[in-house]
Design a protein around this ligand. Structure first.
Ligand code: ADQ
Length: 766
């Protein structure tokens, strides 16, 4: 209220000042106009009297002059006329004139002296009058002067009238403006602020975080955005604190983003940190005239962001967004996250040919099928390999430029796109601590051995101080491959490989997920979620199965569809009641195998649906597009079972995401034995995806399992996933890197230059 009063008072003062100023100017103008008018009247009257009076004054005929004066002296606003002879004696005057005019006033004397008319305002008695004097001549000789005296009351009345009118206007406009201001303040400030406060209170007190939309209104948009972020951080801090409290209660060591931050900060002690990955954590995309910043759904970003956000650093990645170039500085860098910049994202640009050869070619048509035993033949082309080498070199150059003027940097390299990168860095910067995490499986030495550049790849990787895989089995495969292909010393007790005086530690770091939050749909619909989802898909059903995958031949999607077909064939009572929803994200569609696979899956789903479907039900719903995590979560939450049937998979995060979303401990996970996850999630129904009968049985078992057993299995798996979360993965990786003793040997390439010659196999070598 005080603010409103202050605003209104200020408005009033300002309006008053303005009105006063304008009224003053108006009054001055009006006075000037009226004075001119008087002057004009006096002049006209003077001119008309002059002719008859001048000869009379010269001859001293005062009675005749008096007659004329009496005749004209009572005209409108004229108070009287006084006539003087040349000596200054009064010759005649109107009777009503005050006695002061017996002697000629100064302006009459002046007029006689100068021969010019003159007018002025003078006080006569108690009044102010306007006097106008003009000289009189007879036969070109000065004969006297005539003074016309005018009342000034009209001018005064007019001025008073103007002041009065403007004062009333001032009052009325001040009243209206104050009222309007009051209403505007109430409508656009007081009410929205009250609603905003109420909204913030709800956010503050609600445990689940930001669920309510902010009050509408453009004025408060920035405030609402900031408040939403603040509430998000508060709710994260709250959940971290709750987790910490739980941790203390259970005497367990649960990893949280806060703990990870503190842990890494202690280990780094201010040393610079770098992350290298193909995929960038923020992609700028053009949407019409606007540029949007998109965070790709990636476990990697979730794991590494808390570290970079707390310790700062630089993330180098391929700039793949169509608006990426528009937002970076001259060094191709941008500070991220956009809303609260904490670290640098440096974008490395690739030509179309480089992307084609390095990413689609060697990485995804060569290394990807080579490392996954999924019976898709790898394609090795020399030109792809050249691009792979060149792009690794490009990233290494970009990183080395960033490393200038730094000491003891820590570098976290991600995935199979950068096998050659670690050595390229170490050769130039032996003080760098380099870890390489390989997100996909490592096959046995025989399988890997078909790669024409296996020695170069292994040699490049062994430039790292630490190499991580998801599971021990892949570590063993890697060390065996090194043992067979390269001159090196393997220590099977400590899992290290030594080559050219450089030691590389090889360790498993099972990747995982962050702590998820229940979806708003789950919170509001709870038991009704499954029905709602099915209804939205136009299906009447009772049971829901879900699969979430990039459409990739390693994910065993065809095998999954065949198992569903077999299940329905074998157990017809589930026809019309069980529906499987596959959320399949198109991936690497540039590669023919992937396009063919999508077409095959579509036709398989159609064939199976055709075989069983009814008017209101279908067994398979194949939703072929990228879904946001917000869209995926309700399917996980509502599903009776999740099918993860990879033919080979480093870890498989979908299995863990499904478990993470099972707040009510319902549901069953059917999990391929060929995933890394199967080694941790012992309570899943572990299957061989090539065994259609077994998978069909697993589906039946999942649907018919005793609820108590389901809950017990899910509870145990949830505990495992909560404990071994993504923060622990990152924490363990950084801890292991900190424990490495860097060899004091000279830079790798200098002591023993490596010649990447491939052994020539001669006929008869066997
Ligand atoms: P991916 O082969 O991509 O990862 P996965 O671990 O299952 O496989 O992760 C897939 C991610 O993509 C999940 O977060 C999932 O939610 C998301 N996703 C899947 N389908 C989607 C859809 N339709 N729309 C949107 N998002 C979808 C590689 C290795 C894995 C390893 C991970 C992490 O192949 O073995 O677990 O890296 O290291």
């Amino acid at each position: 209220m005080r603010i409103t009063l202050r605003v209104i008072l200020s408005i009033f003062v300002v309006i008053s000042a303005i009105v006063l100023l304008f009224t003053f100017l108006q009054v001055e103008q009006e006075k000037e106009r009226m004075t001119l008018d008087l002057e004009r009247r006096a002049s006209i009257l003077g001119e008309s009297l002059k002719e008859s009076i001048e000869p009379l004054v010269a001859k001293g005929q005062t009675s005749s002059i008096q007659k004329i004066v009496n005749k004209f002296g009572n005209r409108e606003r004229l108070a009287g006329v006084a006539i003087y002879d040349a000596k200054g004696h009064m010759a005649a005057a109107s009777a009503q004139l005050p006695p002061h005019l017996k002697t000629p006033p100064a302006l009459a004397a002046n007029a006689m002296k100068t021969g010019l008319e003159e007018g002025n305002f003078l006080p006569l008695g108690e009044k102010e009058m306007y006097l106008h004097a003009l000289p009189l001549y007879h036969e070109e000789k000065l004969a006297g002067a005539m003074v016309m005296v005018y009342e000034t009351k009209q001018i005064k009345d007019r001025v008073a009238h103007i002041w009065e009118n403007n004062f009333i206007r001032l009052l009325v406009s001040a009243l209206f403006i104050s009222l309007t201001t009051l209403l505007v303040i109430r409508w656009s400030m007081v009410h929205p602020i009250a609603r905003m406060a109420e909204w913030m209170k709800t956010l503050r007190t609600e445990k689940g975080g930001v669920t309510l939309p902010p009050p509408s209104g453009k004025v408060f948009e920035p405030l609402a955005r900031e408040a939403t972020r603040m509430v998000k951080s508060i709710s994260e801090a709250r959940s971290a604190a709750e987790q910490e409290a739980r941790l203390r209660r259970k005497a367990e060591s649960l990893w949280t983003p806060v703990r990870l931050r503190e842990h890494v900060r202690t280990l780094l002690q201010g040393r610079p940190l770098f992350v290298i990955s193909n995929r960038e954590p923020y992609v700028h995309e053009r949407r019409g005239k606007k540029i949007e910043c998109v965070v790709p759904a990636s476990g990697l970003v979730t794991a590494l962001e808390p570290i970079l956000q707390s310790c700062g650093g630089t993330w180098l990645a391929h700039g793949s967004g169509d608006a990426d170039r528009e937002v970076v500085d001259e060094g191709d860098k941008i500070r991220v996250p956009p809303e609260d910049p904490q670290y640098l994202l440096k974008r490395v640009w690739l030509t179309k040919e480089e992307e084609e050869g390095y990413y689609y070619g060697f990485s995804n048509e060569g290394l990807w099928p080579l490392c996954h035993i999924a019976h898709t033949r790898p394609v090795f082309r020399a030109e792809d390999w050249n691009f792979y080498e060149a792009v690794n070199q490009k990233f290494a150059q970009a990183t080395l430029a960033e490393l200038e003027n730094t000491q003891d940097p820590w570098i976290l390299v991600q995935d199979y796109h950068f096998a050659l990168f670690p050595r390229m860095i170490k050769e130039k910067r032996p003080d760098a601590r380099v870890a390489l995490f390989w997100h996909i499986p490592w096959p046995n030495p025989e399988s890997f051995g078909i790669c024409p550049w296996q020695r170069e790849i292994l040699h490049g990787m062994l430039g790292a101080d630490l190499i991580g895989f998801h599971v021990q089995f892949h570590c063993n495969n890697f060390l065996e491959t090194v043992d067979r292909a390269l001159e090196s010393r393997i220590d099977w007790e400590n899992f290290t490989a030594e080559r050219e005086n450089h030691l590389t530690q090889v360790k498993p770091f099972p990747i995982s997920i962050a702590a998820p939050q229940p979806s708003p749909a789950f919170r509001s619909l709870n038991g009704g979620l499954k029905k709602t989802l099915l209804r939205e898909l136009g299906i009447r059903g009772q049971y829901l199965g879900v699969g979430v995958d990039r459409i990739d031949y390693t994910k065993g999607l065809r095998e999954r569809f065949l198992a569903i077909e077999r299940f329905l064939e074998k157990y017809p009572i589930y026809q019309g009641v069980f529906t499987f929803v596959e959320l399949g994200a198109p991936s690497r569609t540039h590669i023919k195998e992937y396009r063919d696979l999508t077409a095959l899956l579509e036709s398989e789903a159609e064939r199976i649906n055709w075989r069983f479907q009814t008017k209101e039900w279908r067994p398979i719903v194949f939703l072929k597009r990228h879904h946001s995590h917000r869209e995926i979560a309700p399917f996980y939450e509502a599903a009776d079972l999740c099918l993860v049937t990879s033919l080979h998979d480093g870890m498989n995060l979908v299995a863990k995401e499904f478990i993470g979303a099972k707040w009510d401990e319902s549901g069953v996970l059917i999990l391929s034995q060929f995933t890394g996850a199967a080694r941790e999630l012992r309570d899943a129904l572990v299957v061989n995806p090539y065994d259609t009968e077994q998978m069909a049985e697993a589906i039946r078992l999942a649907l018919e399992m005793d609820p108590a057993e389901k809950r017990a299995r899910m509870r145990r798996m949830r505990e495992a996933v909560q404990e071994k979360n993504i923060y622990r993965w990152a924490g363990d990786l950084i801890s292991s890197l900190s424990q490495i003793r860097l060899s004091s040997a000279p830079p790798l390439g200098i002591s023993a230059p490596y010649s990447p010659s491939r052994p020539m196999i001669l006929p008869g070598d066997g």
